[in-house]
Design a protein. Structure first.
Length: 332
């Protein structure tokens, strides 16, 4: 009998220590999770040639955006561009230049509490996607369906950083999305685990962390994320839980070779989540969200060719680019 009693006391002691450990660690994990990296975001100025649009979400938030090439009668397709955290919808001009020049319509909209869109009372966005951003995407999809010139076009979602994650989730939820370009995107749990591995010494000693089994670490991370949801009154979206409905062959992932936030390792983990059918291009020498600036021609070529392939458009990007340069040279 005493053996049973001692065993029960031992189990109770272990459970008590584990609960105390979680109470100590979870708020600190939550702080790491909510800490927004110092992104150096440079927004774009307004384009007077684009059509300005306004969309109201199901929960009453007014979103602002723009439609580029809306006048085209024979557009090759429609690209829904989703900007990064602290960006604005005019940044579509920067990333989608080649798509615009080769005949695509580009619809870009600011998420709530960002850019020109209205603020959501009590909600301050950070670098993780929540259901609030997905409500915004749902409103964008309804807007597309409300326009006869847009709803008949094949659709591709294109996003940067948090916008890239949102584009991937949109493709999971909406069958009308036929392709995805995700620049500097990431998986929520994989990226959280990566940064906790790097900064865990601020929470517990490294030797303690190394003793913890993987399942225990992941469970503690989930507790930290749930605490963040309660504190911020939101619901985070996890690509890892939705990717089963995603066609990996329709996805192009782009990451910078010198990105210190979404590192090449995180990009490869994302490729594993999406599926090996997706393409992953790591732009040599590029920092976070700088792949197009560093490798402009290859970036544009990969993006246009992927869009053409996913949406069934016929084009020769190299020839079109050469023709455009010739026109510019004659005009000069």
């Amino acid at each position: 009998m005493w053996i049973v009693s001692m065993s029960l006391l031992g189990i109770a002691a272990v459970v008590g220590c584990d609960r105390a450990f979680r109470r100590y660690v979870t708020p600190r994990i939550c702080d790491i999770f909510e800490n927004v990296p110092p992104f150096n975001v440079v927004t774009e100025n307004a384009d007077d040639t684009a059509e300005k649009i306004s969309i109201v979400t199901a929960d009453g938030v007014s979103l602002k955006g723009s439609l580029i090439n809306g006048h085209l009668r024979d557009a090759k397709g429609l690209v829904l561009f989703l900007p990064e955290l602290r960006g604005n919808h005019w940044m579509a001009k920067r990333y989608c230049t080649a798509l615009i020049e080769t005949g695509y319509m580009v619809l870009s909209v600011d998420f709530r509490s960002q850019g020109e869109s209205a603020s959501h009372p009590g909600y301050s966005p950070i670098h993780w996607v929540t259901e609030f951003e997905m409500i915004d995407v749902d409103a964008m999809m309804h807007f597309i369906q409300s326009r006869s010139a847009l709803k008949t076009l094949p659709l591709l979602a294109y996003g940067v950083s948090r916008g890239g994650v949102t584009a991937l989730i949109a493709a999971c939820r909406y069958s009308s999305v036929k392709g995805v370009v995700a620049d500097s995107a990431f998986g929520t749990m994989s990226m959280t685990r990566y940064f906790v591995d790097r900064f865990v010494s601020y929470v517990v000693p490294q030797w303690v962390y190394r003793l913890l089994p993987g399942w225990h670490v992941n469970l503690t991370l989930r507790n930290g994320i749930k605490l963040s949801e309660r504190r911020r009154k939101c619901k985070y979206v996890h690509l890892e839980r939705e990717q089963a409905s995603l066609d990996s062959q329709s996805v192009l992932l782009i990451s910078g070779g010198r990105d210190s936030y979404v590192t090449p390792e995180i990009a490869r983990r994302l490729q594993e989540i999406v599926g090996q059918g997706c393409q992953l291009w790591i732009a040599p020498g590029a920092k976070h969200n700088m792949s197009r600036k560093i490798c402009t021609e290859e970036y544009d070529s990969r993006v246009v060719n992927h869009c053409d392939q996913c949406l069934g458009a016929k084009s020769n990007f190299a020839k079109e680019t050469a023709d455009q340069r010739a026109v510019i040279a004659r005009a000069a």
